[in-house]
Write a protein that binds this ligand. Structure first.
Ligand code: BG6
Length: 493
């Protein structure tokens, strides 16, 4: 459905706008979600002309590989003509007055009926200031139109700072108007977790503590910190990946079944799921969490984290985290969830493994204690997308022997190419007012509280870094975490 709206992008000259937002908006325009009744105001401090802004927008589309195979070659220019640039200092009240004037003019010109989306593609320290001025200078419309705020992580660096940040925007925007982007929620394989669980009697009936032995979540990256050392030195893997992306996946995997699949029922179940993750004591953190930092690779061709440009020679920032979480959600009460993420690991792979229980007596062997292979369902999220189901079947002609086989489904390259980019889907959802794939404040808050206990424990101790070789799957202690429980990582490249 076509939706009219005025987008006001703060950080219009930035990297996120260039790489993600302009191409995503263009895709929505090309597909007809945005027709001619939309406009975009890009703001930033630099003095740009509208003409220059149009060139930038068109080159963003081209760089995103969206300039070929199109029948209508004028489309990028027609699209860019909807863009207006306004030089803006976020602290200057007069600039909001000018912005409001332009916004009202564009509202009139494009007949936008007061629908506004404010996209803060900037550092969170500006969120409160911007939100306050938007309200005070009456940029929020008060008719039938909507006012929505889209913000990007990091939503704080611990619970107190996240709360402060949230309080600073909640004076101007209500929770239902705030769209917190977690780009993992924009990925189709993540969105399909609910469908897999609740749309299949097979999995729905097995998704319980009686049948699931453990859940494993791996977000492995092969790249190092690249050019982001400045940010990463203040964040680390826990804040960068665990508090947000991993905790969102945990809640989708462990939530109870909602009565109806709609944003409010889903949100309620997801909040409950994070609230039911066991809070650890300091001692439990030591037993259940492992941190790591990469050193050089085996052949010394890649730099250790501490030798990368922009990092401290003595940096204590973790580039790897593994941990064991325990859910107390009724259906899965007590089931361990092993999580793992890190930079410079063996290969890029995001996957979830559901390891089923294996308690049946083995009637196929003379020795009933001889374990059969465990059944494992793997959800491949990236770069592969699809599923693998591992189960036992009779093989060979000598007696009745069972061996595991893999039932595999993978999306083809052509199918993957048809899936919209995460940002395209998320902006389309925000336009439609659909909050299914956005993080609620209560989820964010609770995830921070769980992480803070780990962080505070770690910050009181000096880690022995570096403790893993680039190209490996992290420190030995991450494997020991499972071995100790008589288990092992399913993904072990
Ligand atoms: C981001 C992190 O949120 O996610 C990055 O800040 C990380 O450090 C990235 O590389 C991974 O996302 P994806 O989509 O490539 O798995």
């Amino acid at each position: 459905m076509n939706q009219k709206a005025l987008f006001i992008i703060f950080g219009g000259t930035g990297d996120l706008a260039y790489r993600k937002l302009y191409p995503a908006l263009f895709n929505l325009y090309e597909k007809g979600y945005l027709k001619e009744d939309f406009a975009v105001i890009g703001t930033a401090r630099r003095p740009w002309s509208n003409d220059h802004y149009h060139e930038v927008v068109m080159s963003a589309i081209e760089d995103a590989g969206r300039d070929s195979g199109r029948t209508n070659d004028d489309l990028p220019r027609k699209f860019a003509n909807h863009f207006y640039y306004q030089s803006h200092n976020v602290d200057d009240v007069d600039h909001y007055v000018a912005l409001r004037k332009l916004a009202d003019e564009l509202d009139e010109k494009y007949q936008l009926e007061g629908n506004r989306i404010f996209y803060l593609a900037m550092a969170p320290r500006f969120f409160g200031t911007i939100a306050g001025h938007l309200k005070d200078q009456q940029l929020l419309t008060d008719g039938d139109g909507f006012n929505r705020l889209i913000i990007e992580k990091p939503f704080g660096r611990d619970y107190p700072s996240a709360k402060e940040l949230n309080d600073s925007i909640s004076g101007s925007f209500k929770e239902e108007q705030i769209f917190r982007i977690d780009h993992y929620l924009g990925k189709e394989p993540i969105q399909s977790i609910a469908g897999l669980r609740f749309g299949n009697a097979l999995f729905n009936s097995l998704w319980s503590k009686e049948h699931i032995d453990n859940i494993q979540i791996t977000l492995a990256e092969s790249l190092g910190v690249e050019e982001r050392a400045g940010y990463y030195e203040t964040a680390g893997a826990m804040r960068d990946m665990v508090q947000n992306h991993i905790m969102q996946i945990v809640s989708l995997l462990t939530m109870e079944r909602p009565d109806v699949f709609d944003p409010s029922h889903l949100r309620e179940k997801k909040i409950e799921a994070v609230e039911n993750i066991q809070m650890y004591s300091k001692e439990e953190v030591d037993q259940n969490f492992v941190r790591g930092q990469y050193g050089e690779d085996e052949f010394k061709t890649q730099l250790a984290y501490r030798d990368e440009e922009g990092t401290d020679d003595n940096s204590q920032i973790e580039t790897f985290v593994a941990g064991k979480l325990i859910t107390h959600n009724p259906s899965l009460d007590g089931v361990p969830i092993y999580i793992r993420t890190g930079k410079r690991l063996t290969k890029k792979s995001t996957q979830v493994n559901i390891v089923f229980k294996n308690n049946d007596k083995n009637i196929f062997s003379d020795n009933p204690d001889e374990k059969l292979e465990t059944n494992v369902l793997t959800m491949h999220i990236e770069p592969d997308q699809g599923f693998t189901l591992e189960f036992n079947t009779k093989t060979g002609n000598q007696g009745y022997k069972l061996s595991p086989v893999h039932l595999r489904y993978r999306k083809t390259a052509a199918e993957k190419a048809r899936i919209p980019d995460a940002y395209e889907g998320l902006i389309r959802d925000a336009l439609a007012g659909d909050k299914t794939n956005f993080a609620h404040w209560h989820e964010v808050a609770q995830a921070w509280k769980i992480m803070d206990v780990v962080r505070n424990t770690w910050d009181a101790e000096t880690p022995d870094f570096p403790n893993y070789v680039s190209g490996s799957m992290g420190p030995q202690a991450a494997d020991d975490l499972l071995t100790r429980d008589g288990r092992e990582w399913v993904f072990n490249p």
